[in-house]
Structure formats: C-alpha cells, structure tokens
Write a protein that binds this ligand. Structure first.
Ligand code: NAP
Length: 264
C-alpha cells in the first residue's frame, strides 16, 4: 500500500475525463482502482498509466447502473482502508428535448448520474470520517447552474450532484474529509456522441480539451477550492451567485406568507 497518497478509486476511468484523472493522479503518487463497464478499455488505460508511472493500478469492471455490480464497488469503498480518494466521474448526458427524449434513457441517466454517485458517496463517507482523512471529487457540470442549456433531466442530475456536494461540504466540516465539486463546460470527449450531438457540431471556442479540464480541476483541488469551474474566467461571478443563494437561504422559511400572497 502506498502510505503517502493511498489509493484513488475513479469511476468512468475507461475514457475521457476519468482516464485523464487516472494518469494525473498516478503521476501524483496515488495507486488506482479504475471502474467502468468496458474491461478492455479499462485495461488499456491501466497498462498505459502503469507503464508511465510504475504505480499499482487495478481495474474493477462494473456497470454502476446495475444494482448488484454497484454494491460490489460500494463494498470495496467501505472495506478497503487504502482508499483515500473517490472520484465520482462516471456519467452520461443527453441533448434531447423533453418532447423527443426516451424516458427509459432518462431513467438510466438518473440511475448512473444520481443513484450510483449517491450510493458510492454514502459507502465511503463513514470510512473517511472514521479515519479523519479522505477526498471526494464529484464531477457535476455547468448545467447544474444552467439547466436550460442541454437536456433538462441531465441538468437535474448535475444539480443533484452540486446540491449533495454543498450539503456534504457543510456536514464534513472538522472531519478531515475534503469535498470538491467540478463543473466542466463542454469538453472534448466521447460524451457528446453518446449524448446525441457530436462535439464537432459545437463552436470551437466553447469546447475545452479534456487534459486542460482535468489539470485545471486538480489545480482547483490543490488551491482548496470547493467549486471548481475551469471555464469561468471571471471567478467573482460564482462568488456573487453563491453569496446571493446563501443570503436568500436565511429568508426562505417563515411562519407567514409574504404580503404579495395575502388576499387583498
Ligand atoms: P466519456 O468519455 O463518455 O466518459 C464516461 C465514462 O463513464 C466512461 O468511462 C464510461 O465507461 C463510464 N460509464 C458510462 N456508463 C457507465 C455505467 N453504467 N457504469 C460504469 N461506468 C459507466 O465522457 P466524459 O466527458 O469523460 O464524462 C465524464 C463526466 O464528465 C460525466 O459525469 C459527464 O457528465 C461529465 N461532464 C462532461 C462534459 C463534457 O462536455 N464532456 C461536461 C460536463 C460534465 P464505459 O462505457 O466503459 O462504462
């Protein structure tokens, strides 16, 4: 076991953002457990990262939308004391409008983006708290705060990831457990083919390279950020948005309706 950094378990590590997290975290000295459905692609990523870094890399093929396979990954997170980081990255999206979307595809998206992420988080949190150490990186999306942009169910799943992270950040204060939520904008990965709009159809000036996205997200983690939005150049936009939300939070529950709702 690598005592210094420990082991990072990365979901959705067979391609795109997750495969880049695998490379970068191994270079930082983490051993890895890589999770996704496609065992061959996972092995390919593991071989490349092992060759480049010499770290211990294990593959754990699992369909996280299948309850029995999800439970195996949960058990690993609960019981493997070497695990110090969980990167909740596996996710699928959609660009379909509500009138065109297939509801079973929407349900599958909720299972992976919401249910699996929640269960994996709940599996690891008690272990991290007991050890007074651990990092959870949740990959959300800018659609968490801009749900009008793509499919509404996709936006809703990512708003869930943001809200769960906001709550956990609060609940984990003083425990030694760090929470980061990453909100990528459009990033050049296979995501877009699966979502229904090839990335080549997007204007080039809104699409970030996946390696740039992951390097920026890891810089955000090093900076101790909670919410990292690599594309957002004007950092104060988030601060103003979050301050407005928190200011309103104190006024959202009262024992009388606001005067505009009182009968004349
Ligand atoms: P990607 O290249 O399509 O990667 C998705 C990963 O999730 C793959 O490794 C895939 O592997 C895995 N996966 C899909 N279904 C799974 C399942 N049922 N069980 C286990 N693993 C599963 O796309 P990406 O862009 O890197 O996406 C990573 C995350 O970034 C997602 O959460 C996505 O919502 C988020 N994001 C992406 C963008 C973007 O523009 N690309 C923007 C904002 C947020 P297998 O197929 O082998 O299972």
């Amino acid at each position: 076991m690598n005592e210094a950094k420990g082991t990072a378990l990365i979901t959705g590590a067979s391609s795109g953002i997750g495969a880049l997290y695998a490379d970068r975290l191994a270079r930082q000295g983490y051993d890895l457990i890589l999770v996704a459905r496609n065992a061959d692609k996972l092995e390919h990523v593991a071989d490349a990262v092992r060759a480049a870094t010499g770290r211990k890399i294990e593959t754990l093929p699992a369909d996280l939308a299948a309850p029995s396979e999800l439970r195996l990954v949960e058990a690993r997170l609960t019981n493997d004391r070497s695990i110090t980081m969980l990167v909740n990255n596996a996710g699928i999206g959609s660009t379909a409008r509500a009138l065109d979307a297939d509801v079973d595809t929407m349900s599958a998206m909720v299972s992976l983006n919401v249910e699996a992420l929640m269960r994996l988080t709940y599996a690891v949190v008690p272990a991290f708290v007991a050890r007074g150490r651990g990092t959870i990186v949740n990959i959300a999306s800018i659609v968490a705060v801009a749900p009008e942009v793509l499919n509404g169910v996709y936006g809703g799943t990512k708003a869930f990831v943001l809200a769960l992270s906001q709550n956990l950040r609060r609940e984990m204060e003083g425990t030694g457990v760090k929470i980061q939520v990453v909100l990528p904008g459009a990033t050049a990965t296979d995501f877009w083919d699966i979502a229904g709009t090839p990335v080549e159809h997007l204007p080039g000036d809104i699409v970030m390279r996946a390696d740039h996205l992951v390097d920026a997200a890891l810089t955000g983690l090093e900076r101790g950020e909670f919410a990292t939005i690599p594309s957002l150049h004007n950092e104060s936009r988030w601060d103003v948005f979050d301050a407005a939300r928190q200011a309103m939070a104190g006024e959202l529950s009262t024992n009388t309706p606001a005067t505009r709702y009182l009968a004349a």
